[in-house]
Design a protein around this ligand. Sequence first.
Ligand code: NAD
Ligand code: UDP
Length: 318
Amino acid sequence: MQEGTSKRVLVTGAAGFLGSHLCDKLLALGYSVTGLDNLFTGRMVNLQEAMTKPNFRFFKHDVVEPFDGQFDQIYHLACPASPPFYQADPISTSKTAFIGTLNMLELARDCQARFFLASTSEIYGDPLVHPQVESYRGNVNPIGPRACYDEGKRIGESLAFDFQRFHGTDICVARVFNTYGPRMNPADGRVVSNFVVQALKGEDITIYGGGEQTRSFCYYEDLLNGFILLMDHEGFSGPVNLGNPNEFTIRELADQVLEITGATSKLVMREMPVDDPKRRKPNIDLAKESLGWSPQVPLRDGLENTIEHFRKVLELDQ
Ligand code: NAD
Ligand code: UDP
């Protein structure tokens, strides 16, 4: 990092759910932040506050194309994260995950920045080890409809560690488990945003499969604290799981959303998507030991805040 100046930080995927909150957090720390996004799933409304700050710049840019600049840190988040969106154009998703990550690693190497990769619990596929620990190598179907994302993130991790071994690039990798909160795109198709929007609109709640599959939901504020701790923990590369280890069935999630919203929506069963993981829960011992990190926000509190946010967004839409 330059002496005596604020950190110059690049955030890719800056207009997305997590990227936009990360930009706000880094700006609050006094950093000089550059955001990149091609606005595929991200929205400029998420950057409304950031855009008013003099130390924020935004470029509409696809990471599949190289980008130039001088940075001390690069947070690489650009990639669609919701199954319906990453499967809508799977070849483009693979290109983003591979070529986009390669471009950002080359940039990190050239400007000697520390590089952070937002990887995913999906690299464990439909896991045969539970809870998932970082040493588990996963059970991914390499030719299924989720492969563009799962294998894309796996090549991303592989590239990051090859840049470290081959070029000495300073890298770190977070394996992010399901995270939710305000600014998720209401139409994004992930389970929390779907259930909340359906409940608030009085529509049927769509349960895929029997709803007995599990996920462990992390509130975005907890996750982003982990991102910054990891980035600032120089010399530590991970990969490290970041997520909330409290595990819920999808049906339990639906029940909580209905209880908090007071909605009387019906639960309707829909077909289980192909290769949908049956159980997911992070082992976060490494994050606790190495970063002193563990999530603090219980699902109910996080859901209340998220529901409040979506209520306002839907009222504004009317
Ligand atoms: P999101 O879809 O809201 O954000 C992704 C952002 O990347 C969007 O703004 C999108 O427009 C942008 N983008 C996509 N392709 C791009 C490209 N080629 N060039 C430039 N920008 C591009 O999703 P999110 O939940 O904020 O996820 C952010 C990152 O975290 C992703 O890399 C995702 O894989 C990872 N992650 C998220 C979760 C989660 O539960 N939220 C879980 C695991 C991993
Ligand atoms: N899911 C569901 N109804 C929905 C959306 C998702 O039952 O309207 C299920 C989905 O099949 C999966 C879980 O909820 O088992 C989490 O889905 P999401 O798309 O949020 O994330 P991921 O599968 O990538 O963990």
